[in-house]
Design a binder for this molecule. Structure first.
Ligand SMILES: Cc1ncc(COP(=O)(O)O)c(C=O)c1O
Ligand SMILES: N[C@@H](CCOP(=O)(O)O)C(=O)O
Length: 463
């Protein structure tokens, strides 16, 4: 299996190389050159298997020569052993034909753990083989950061720097990033938005001297391995509700587009997915783009679902690559227009291709809150605000007899203020995190300035 860049100008890599490289050297994102496909019989055989076995069968064809079967199985077993639910990703029924896929039973209570725990294991295997040390820099709107810290804390050959937008994450999210005491962990509160954090991260990748000197690695969904690990739960959920014998639809609370893009990959692999529904909060650039054909930035508005307060939806580039018939030059031009003009128009053909793959919906702040209130009364499910965005849009797209699965992306306890305001109930953290508010915080306030960030990372990383 080989990996190519969405901008067509970077070296073709193996899975292991693409995983350690992160952003391609032409600024694009790595994608598999071909997508392995599963027959209906192979999909049917996944029903009822342990999550770990499904993860192995789904991931192994993409991993190719980088890891042996034994290595991958071992990494998967270690990755999910600490999850707080035997099913790993349990499904609960909300309504006739509407299911919720709970993705928040991992160590940091968000769906990011599903991928981050496994890539933590895979990075360790790859680094041991190559005798390398690396500097991970991550950008987060709240959840990727803590998941990355949890996966890499305390490792001798890895330093982790996490950029998060100052004042724009929940207190629980912030404390999850600022309280780990390990010396290889650095939480950096940046004066700006998540998009600024992600832009500076990409700037670092595009600054080759810095990148090579520090051994820069990325664990955002820039990294293909992140997306791959997220493909797995589409298979477990779909087979649990009857695939491949019947079709299934998914609704995904969407920001950086990694999660829903994993659903697209599952579909390309043969999973019979009817609708892939993008659910956005008031930062609705993706919904506007599908509706109007223009991807147009208009400023991030802070919301009660802060992890989705994103305008530059990184993985949309991967979706565009497919929509433009894998024309890297066309994608590079769009990304250049986004950077220089703040937007671009999608061609008619590509827009049609996007609309054939995705539908979308947008949820206001009031509707998000109302959905948390109503869903608790109706089904007893206490939703986090991101999952509530998904449930609202998902409910509007249920089309019998095809079941709808909405992804619940975070635990309500990560956003206690929004949940309490909607329901009067303040959700508690699990016992292992009960002292989170007593732990000492360690955080550095940083400017939105590439040179200053690079200097800080150079100074703090262990050589
Ligand atoms: C809780 C939560 N829900 C949804 C999302 C959106 O996921 P994606 O960025 O993969 O679209 C994020 C972050 O990205 C998140 O942290
Ligand atoms: N919501 C995310 C934003 C980064 O997304 P990623 O999937 O690219 O890591 C977060 O919580 O940080």
């Amino acid at each position: 299996m080989r990996y190519i860049s969405t901008r067509g100008q970077a070296p073709v890599l193996t899975f292991g190389e693409a995983m350690l490289t992160g952003l391609a050297r032409d600024g694009g994102l790595y994608v598999p050159q071909t997508i392995p496909s599963f027959s209906a019989e192979e999909i049917a055989a996944l029903a009822g298997l342990p999550y770990e076995e499904v993860a192995f069968r789904v991931m192994f064809p993409f991993v190719g020569e980088t890891f042996t079967e034994e290595e991958l199985r071992g990494a998967i077993a270690r990755a999910y052993a600490g999850f707080g639910h035997l099913a790993r990703a349990p499904l609960v029924q909300l309504d006739a034909g509407h299911f919720l896929l709970e993705l928040f039973h991992g160590p940091t209570l968000a769906f990011k753990d599903f991928a981050m725990q496994i890539i933590g294991q895979l990075f360790q295997l790859a680094l041991a083989k190559e005798g390398k040390r690396i500097t991970i820099v991550g950008a987060t709107s709240g959840d990727t950061g803590s998941a990355a810290i949890e996966a890499f804390r305390g490792l001798d050959n890895v330093d982790v720097f996490i950029l998060f937008p100052h004042g724009r994450v929940s207190e629980v999210q912030r404390r999850q990033m600022t309280t780990p005491a390990e010396e290889n962990v650095h939480a950096l509160a940046l004066d700006g938005t998540f998009d600024d954090c992600q832009n500076r991260l990409k700037d670092m990748f595009n600054h080759f001297d810095f990148r090579d000197e520090v051994g820069l690695a990325g664990v955002n969904s820039i990294n293909w391995a992140r997306v791959l690990a997220q493909v797995v739960y589409y298979f477990t959920a779909a087979t649990a509700v009857g695939a491949p014998h019947r079709k299934v639809s998914f609704t995904v609370p969407t920001g950086n587009f990694g999660d829903i893009f994993a659903g697209f990959i599952a579909k390309e692999m043969g999973l019979p997915i009817e609708q892939l529904v993008i659910a956005t909060n008031q930062n609705d650039i993706l919904h506007r783009c599908l509706t109007t054909g223009r991807y147009e930035m208009d400023g991030v508005k802070p919301s009660i679902s802060p992890s989705m307060d994103i305008q530059i939806s990184s993985n949309f580039e991967r979706a565009l690559f497919w929509a433009y018939g894998k024309d890297g030059a066309a994608v590079a031009q769009l990304m250049d227009e986004l950077k220089t003009k703040g937007g671009f128009a999608v061609s008619q053909g590509a827009l049609q291709a996007l609309r054939e793959t995705y539908v979308s919906g947008r949820v206001s702040e009031e509707e998000t809150s109302q959905t948390i209130t109503e869903e608790l009364k109706r089904s007893g499910e206490l939703l986090c605000p991101h999952s509530a965005v998904g449930v609202r849009v998902g409910a509007a797209h249920v089309a019998a007899p095809v079941p709808m699965v909405t992804l619940a992306t975070a635990h309500p306890a990560k956003f206690p203020d929004a949940v309490e305001a909607a329901t009067g109930i303040r959700p508690g953290l699990p016992p292992r995190m009960a002292d989170l508010f007593e732990r000492a915080e360690r955080v550095t306030r940083v400017p939105n300035d590439l040179a200053a960030l690079e200097a800080l990372i150079q100074e703090r990383r262990r050589k």
